[in-house]
Design a binder for this molecule. Structure first.
Ligand code: SF4
Length: 332
């Protein structure tokens, strides 16, 4: 099936160029030129979408894999992606999806994706694996239909978007995990070819809009793992509220970066640093029990036990069954 849609958030320029207003890169594209995100191109003075209704990946995942640990724990979520990303992080852990231009895709309309989610009895639809915000039009249209069917909508995103499109998409999103790569603007410029400030603004906007928010930080040895960098990142997340879950994840060498894998001690140290300011600090991509389970902050009772991506929930609604303390977890 052919699926098409008009590109949003662009305007024509007098010389036949098109100006993209979607993300802070602000591309000016000549006729025939494709944006570096790989998702839109100037075709005879009009912005054309290259991946609307094209799926490069689709699967039913545990929601813990996003990672979302406080949003319908233990449930599965239909996860979809198109090729492309507006960042070009040298360490990208999903670079086959985000950076390769010629990928095999299959066609699906927004309605078909919603049907898939309903058939799988998924809690909703997660736009993930690559960068969903540059798949903006398809995410928007699918999220609208999904909401109408009672499905939850999830973004796993780099948060690098202009304020206008962000304001358009926020009311359609139930939960987001935003990847905050560093608090160092130079890191964003040199390693990701992007900038930090729009990401911080987007994370703040998610929180202020009441979207369920979790934050991930991939710790890369020698690049963003210094204690003072971790401190700044924790301060920022804590400024949104000590209830916001923060995931420190281990990096593995991928794509163009040759730093060694993150030692477990680095993750444990970061978690220790964060725990005086944040209630829920988790570790990802690493073996061991530390930073895996959800424990009541009031009485220490085990609330959610995790093994790999499987979760066993021992909550009483959204409260601790032991002491009755409220727990900021969204449950059915
Ligand atoms: S979304 Fe793509 S085309 Fe638009 S400004 Fe960003 S990188 Fe350029």
């Amino acid at each position: 099936m052919t699926t098409t849609a008009s590109a949003a958030w662009w305007h024509p320029l007098p010389n036949g160029q098109t100006a993209c207003d979607l993300c802070p890169i602000g591309c000016r594209l000549r006729d025939g030129q494709k944006g570096p995100c790989g998702t839109r191109a100037n075709e005879s003075g009009t912005m054309r979408l290259l991946h609307y209704g094209r799926l490069a990946a689709v699967g039913l995942d545990p929601i813990e894999k996003k990672p979302l640990y406080h949003f319908y724990p233990g449930r599965s979520i239909l996860s979809v992606a198109a090729p492309g990303c507006n960042l070009h992080c040298l360490f990208c852990q999903n670079w086959h999806l985000s950076q390769e231009q010629d990928q095999r895709t299959s066609a699906a309309t927004p309605a078909e994706v919603v049907e898939m989610a309903l058939a799988e009895e998924s809690v909703g639809i997660a736009f993930t694996y690559s960068e969903p915000l540059v798949w903006f039009e398809f995410v928007r249209d699918t999220a609208r239909l999904a909401r109408a069917q009672g499905l939850k909508t999830v973004l796993v995103t780099n948060g690098f978007l202009e304020p206008g499109p962000l304001a358009e998409i926020l009311p359609l999103i139930d939960a987001a995990n935003v990847d905050l790569k560093s608090m160092d603007g130079r890191f964003y410029r040199k390693v990701c070819r992007a900038s930090l400030e729009p990401v911080l603004a987007a994370i703040t906007a998610f929180a202020e809009a009441g979207v369920h928010l979790e934050v991930t930080n991939l710790l890369i040895p020698g690049h963003n793992d210094a204690p003072e960098q971790v401190d700044r990142l924790v301060d920022f997340v804590a400024g949104l509220g000590r209830h916001v879950p923060l995931h420190f994840c281990a990096y593995r060498p991928a794509w163009k970066l040759e730093a060694p894998p993150t030692p477990r001690e680095t993750l444990v140290r970061a978690r220790t640093q964060a725990r005086d300011r944040l209630d829920w600090v988790y570790l990802g991509n690493v073996a061991g029990r530390e930073g895996r389970d959800t424990i009541c902050t009031a009485c220490g009772q085990l609330l959610i036990a995790r093994q790999g991506y499987a979760a066993r929930v021992h909550l009483d609604g959204a409260a601790c069954p032991g002491c009755g303390a409220p727990v900021p977890v969204v449950v059915a």
